[in-house]
Write a protein that binds this ligand. Structure first.
Ligand SMILES: Nc1ncnc2c1ncn2[C@@H]1O[C@H](COP(=O)(O)OP(=O)(O)OP(=O)(O)O)[C@@H](O)[C@H]1O
Ligand SMILES: [Mg+2]
Length: 323
């Protein structure tokens, strides 16, 4: 990378890229408070709340990352017809993200993860989620939306948090449809929905990759490990993210592996780094960059968000500075 010309080019290339983000939508909530006494009702602290806020999580955080990088996300997913669903839509609106293709379903529940934070410490997390597969007719609606927007998109991201949006049958259909358009199809996976047919590139973290092959990744087996993943799939490449060890990119065509070291930073919070990786990959690949350059861009973007608290995003300006 290095030279200024190229950085200027990234800015222009990324601007306005339309990226379809389909996946599990999560609403992240934070309740901030102070504790000064123990409850008279039970041996637990009483938290006096001074602030509450909501944030986009799961596939919605991927959409938010696309936006921050200068792209135009089109988010597809399902939420419940409930109060948190309404709050979620408010948050989307605040971030100026298109909500036209969000399905509000009566029989579904908005997935909410609430962190209770007192004196800067998380003291509890309260999860609301019904582990439930999507009813067939809801999947049908999602398919109709995919049909409608695929022609307008420069890339598609599947953001799988294993909360029920995807199943093997739907993924087979999705891979088929996207491959007809010849646009990049990037998947942030979970082992249970392996092998994501016709993906261009898949970005498992260490444990997800281990889940694909039912064995651990080590420094010595990474080359054969990535090769074995590709032998079991039809992907063009796999990008295994290795946390503080950076990432490993294996391309089918060259049968070569590139190890990209993490950029050393003062790390605050690694949550959401994977969302940034998949977003930056989609932006770079749809701009026509090679897998290698795209991965380096994704690595630089991820190194920015790990220095921020909570699920965060990396702006295009921050990315260019980090490169
Ligand atoms: N401690 C760290 N220092 C520098 N970079 C990091 C660190 N942890 C993560 N990264 C960057 O973020 C990328 C993705 O991290 P990781 O492999 O932890 O993804 P992940 O487990 O999917 O994250 P999450 O699910 O929390 O979003 C790494 O490939 C690297 O570029
Ligand atoms: Mg992840």
């Amino acid at each position: 990378m290095g030279c200024e010309m190229r950085k200027e080019k990234i800015y222009k290339d990324f601007k306005g890229k339309k990226i379809c983000v389909i996946g599990d939508i999560i609403y992240d909530r934070f309740i901030f408070g102070n504790v000064s006494r123990v409850s008279p009702e039970a041996p637990v602290p009483v938290v006096e709340v001074w602030d509450e806020k909501g944030a986009l999580g799961g596939a919605a955080n991927v959409a938010n990352n696309i936006k921050a990088l200068g792209g135009e996300p089109i988010l597809l997913g399902v939420i419940g017809k409930d109060t948190f669903g309404k709050d979620f839509l408010e948050s989307l609106k605040k971030q100026k993200i298109e909500s036209k293709y969000i399905l509000l379903e009566k029989e579904m529940q908005t997935i909410v993860k609430t962190r209770l934070i007192a004196q800067r410490q998380q003291i509890a997390r309260i999860d609301r989620e019904k582990k439930k597969a999507l009813p067939e007719e809801v999947t049908k609606k999602l398919k109709r939306s995919v049909y409608e927007i695929l022609d307008k998109c420069d890339a598609v991201i599947a953001s799988d948090y294993a909360k029920g949006t995807f199943n093997q049958k739907f993924l087979l259909w999705l891979g088929e449809k996207i491959s007809e358009r010849k646009i990049p199809y990037i998947v942030d996976p979970k082992p249970q929905n392996f092998p994501y047919p016709k993906a261009t590139i898949v970005t498992p973290n260490r444990s997800e990759a281990a889940g694909f092959l039912h064995k651990e990744i080590t420094k010595d087996n990474i080359f054969s490990f990535a090769g074995e993943i590709l032998s079991k799939t039809d992907w063009k490449a796999v990008l295994i993210t290795l946390g503080e060890d950076g990432m490993a990119l294996y391309e089918r065509n060259s049968k070569s592996i590139s190890l990209i070291p993490a950029k050393l930073k003062e790390v605050y919070d690694v949550t959401g780094a994977g969302d940034t990786v998949v977003s930056a990959m989609a932006m770079a690949l749809s701009s026509g960059y090679s897998y290698k350059i795209s991965a380096e861009i994704a690595n630089a973007a991820a190194s920015v968000v790990v220095t921020k608290l909570g699920t965060a995003t990396c702006s295009i300006e921050e990315l260019i500075k980090s490169l």
